[in-house]
Design a protein around this ligand. Structure first.
Ligand code: GLU
Length: 509
């Protein structure tokens, strides 16, 4: 889904650094930008922040793009910072003409010394501006030393010269935020290895690409005054900012890129639908509609927070309702949302989604049969279309994730050896030999049925129970064990009907 081309002037961007895979918190930032663009008929821009040549990797860029595609988010424009150095050079020249930047020859050791000094005097480290006051001769001397080493002087912004007493902005989520420019310190725009820094490249792009709203994680709040200083220095418009909470686990710890559950692959492997993930992330820390009980207590995810499409979600989305408190990630709630999305997605669509987006999970589930065929192609091969849809429709009402559906789907294929044996009965409720003899009677009674449907199977069970001096429940369990190899699962009568008489008879043999 592309954002509306009849642009309203609203332009937002998602700007991942390709220094690692996209994590779930990143997906939330991405989503908030996307929903905001959709809601305001604006444009959604994807920008790859790859100025860090050492840490940026093409494989991460590919994986991030793959993940955006997987969740179904499409962008209207695409940029890569590594291809925009001419733009940054140009703006650096403008700042130079204005006399707002200077060369800095401090090396790591100099900076470390100042930092240690700051720690000792219990003050925050702020660059002291040593190189601002170098004489032309000193500068010349440093320049030639740097040249010998193959280094460039770094370029710093002269903050005091910009002449602001305070830097203030109205954050959409946090309200008014103010910084004292004197406490920021002249920061680096270009490094000694000739690389543009994040703060410079990012805000130059935001300005040059006419970004109207910067929606990003709140860990970027300390960068915002630096970026506003640069815009002021260049006499550019200041965009609106919305710094959204980072995601925290139930334990209160921030979800970091290193956590398994932060990785989007985890959600693919667990079988969560992309739309359900988006729906869940949208309502986490962003209440669309107040949902409180009589005592004004927030009672969490409600049915009405389940959307039927991303565009419906976008129309309901209101960035100003985003809470500034921590957004807590709760997998149980995600599962609840996923369950609802599964029920609401037609079976035919679900088959397409599994084929296109869960092929790896499908392959993992299919592997034990020894065949290289996916479960979805097996389904099509084994059953007529109507029955395939019936099976998926049945399973999607019973299970909460695609993984669970695929696990259960296997019982409909004959090459997944259904192991009905004593090992399956790990409680002492049943004796395997008893069940085996019950099965023989059950088989005879089912064989006799003229028609094969829910009623006739139920009658065969009743008859078996009466004849074998067993309870109806015993007979159900016997049928389940020999048809599926398990002692629990969804309606066994329904499963038997779908399997058909032939398969049922074979499995009871
Ligand atoms: N590349 C930055 C990041 O991944 C982007 C921050 C921003 O949105 O300005 O954190």
């Amino acid at each position: 889904m592309h954002t509306d081309k009849n642009s309203s002037g609203v332009r937002v961007r998602f700007a991942p650094s390709p220094t690692g895979n996209l994590h779930i918190g990143g997906v939330r930032t991405l989503l908030f930008n996307y929903l905001f663009a959709l809601k305001n008929k604006g444009r959604f821009i994807l920008r790859i922040d790859d100025t860090d040549r050492v840490r940026s990797k093409k494989e991460y860029e590919d994986s991030i793009i793959g993940d955006l595609e997987w969740v179904g988010i499409k962008w209207d424009e695409f940029y890569r910072q590594s291809e925009r150095t001419a733009v940054y050079e140009n703006y650096l020249d403008i700042l130079k003409e204005k006399g707002l930047i200077y060369e800095c020859f401090c090396d790591e050791e100099d900076i470390l010394k100042s930092k240690k000094l700051a720690i000792r005097s219990k003050k925050p480290y702020i660059y002291g501006g040593r190189c601002l006051h170098l004489s032309p001769e000193e500068k010349e001397e440093f320049r030639s030393k740097f040249k010998e080493k193959g280094l460039y002087p770094s370029i710093r912004l002269n903050i005091i010269k910009i002449g602001l007493n305070s830097i203030e902005f109205n954050d959409i989520v946090h309200g008014r935020i103010a910084f004292n420019p004197k406490l920021i310190g002249d920061f680096i725009l270009k490094t000694e290895d000739n690389r543009f820094t994040y703060n410079f490249a990012s805000i130059i792009d935001d300005s040059d690409l006419n970004i109207t709203h910067i929606i990003r994680g709140e860990d970027h709040i300390p960068n915002t005054p630096k970026q506003i200083l640069l815009l002021k220095a260049l006499e550019k418009n200041i965009p609106d900012f919305a710094h959204i909470s980072l995601l925290y686990g139930k334990d209160g710890k921030m979800m970091s890129k290193r956590d398994l559950v932060s990785n989007i692959d985890y959600y693919k492997n667990e079988g969560y639908l992309p739309d359900a993930i988006l729906n869940y992330l949208a309502i986490t820390g962003n209440t669309f509609i107040e949902h409180k009980d009589k005592t004004d207590r927030n009672i969490g995810t409600a049915e009405h927070e389940i959307f039927s499409s991303i565009s419906e979600m976008a129309s309901a989305f209101d960035i100003t309702r985003t809470k500034s408190s921590s957004a807590i990630f709760n997998e149980e709630k995600l599962k609840f949302v996923n369950e609802k999305w599964l029920i609401n997605t037609p079976a035919s669509e679900l088959i397409n989604i599994i084929t296109e987006k869960f092929s790896r999970l499908d392959a993992v589930q299919a592997a034990p049969s020894g065949s290289s065929k996916s479960l979805m192609s097996k389904l099509k091969e084994t059953y007529p279309t109507g029955t395939s849809l019936e099976i998926i429709d049945f399973l999607k009402q019973e299970f909460k994730t695609i993984k669970e559906i695929l696990e259960e789907l296997k019982i409909f294929f004959d090459d997944f050896k259904i192991k009905a044996n004593a090992d399956n009965i790990n409680n002492n409720k049943y004796n395997f030999e008893d069940l085996k003899s019950l099965k023989t009677i059950l088989r005879e009674n089912i064989e006799k049925t003229a028609e094969f449907n829910e009623i006739s199977i139920k009658n065969a069970i009743k008859e078996t129970a009466a004849g074998g001096n067993k309870t109806v429940k015993d007979c159900y369990e016997t049928l389940r064990l020999f048809l599926t190899g398990k002692l629990d699962g969804p309606s066994i009568i329904k499963i038997a009907v779908i399997l058909g008489k032939q398969r049922v008879m074979a499995r009871l043999s």
